[in-house]
Write a protein that binds this ligand. Structure first.
Ligand code: SF4
Ligand code: SF4
Length: 207
């Protein structure tokens, strides 16, 4: 890390309050609000998140899809029947292995490890751009809308053949941004942290 990044405003509490006030949804703004996700059966409780790595499934639109369920070797994800049911996560069964991340064609599954290190959270997400980041790279983490959030360091990049060209990138960020960071600005193709909200232009990456 190259210094402690400044908190971007609004923070997570402010974002929740704003979402509740405006009533905006994924339908109206193109990405999930924290309010929507908090009600999702695929979103682990804060208590579970505090215990270590866990899948975070951001899929609430009742589409006919279930590869995430088949990908989990621990039976921690249930779609069941009808296949349009939203995936439900059993946080106690989830080990945070991350096998479900690349299996999701909607790029809707993440793993968040709030116990990575004091004050640091590891966030793993699917990534389908080139060039790939590499371990140790300093990158700009972005939120669900693609907006820059904070500086991040790449912990690992996995792209085994079974992933069918969907890499899984893990970055380490300040824990204050654990519920916001869901991707990175494409290396060489976006803004460089820090630049401030006025310079936001990282919308081309959705983690
Ligand atoms: S992270 Fe691993 S254990 Fe958890 S739901 Fe995904 S595949 Fe299952
Ligand atoms: S694989 Fe992805 S898009 Fe399909 S149901 Fe699971 S989380 Fe949703």
């Amino acid at each position: 890390m190259t210094g402690e990044p400044k908190a971007r405003e609004p923070g997570i509490r402010e974002a929740r309050a704003r979402d509740a006030k405006t009533g905006e949804t994924v339908e109206t703004k193109g990405f999930y609000s924290v309010q929507e996700l908090a009600k999702s059966p695929g979103y682990p409780s804060r208590e579970r998140m505090m215990k270590g790595p866990v899948a975070v499934i951001e899929c609430t639109q009742e589409i006919p899809c279930n590869p995430c369920e088949a990908a989990c070797p621990h039976g921690a994800i249930t779609v069941g029947l009808p296949i349009t049911r939203c995936p439900e996560l059993d946080g106690e069964e989830c080990t945070g292995c991350g096998l479900c991340i690349a299996a999701c064609p909607g790029l809707a599954v993440f793993v968040v490890d709030m116990c990575f290190a004091p004050g640091r959270t590891a966030v793993s997400f699917p990534y389908e751009y080139l060039p790939l980041a590499a371990r140790g790279d300093k990158v700009t983490a972005c939120d669900r809308s693609g907006h820059a959030v904070c500086e991040a360091e790449v912990l690992k990049v996995l792209c085994p053949p079974r992933n069918d060209h969907t890499a899984v990138v893990t970055v380490v960020v300040p824990t204050a941004f654990a519920q916001e960071v869901r991707g990175i600005v494409r290396p060489g193709g976006g803004i460089v942290w820090p630049r401030g909200d006025a310079g936001r232009s990282g919308g081309d990456v959705r983690g």
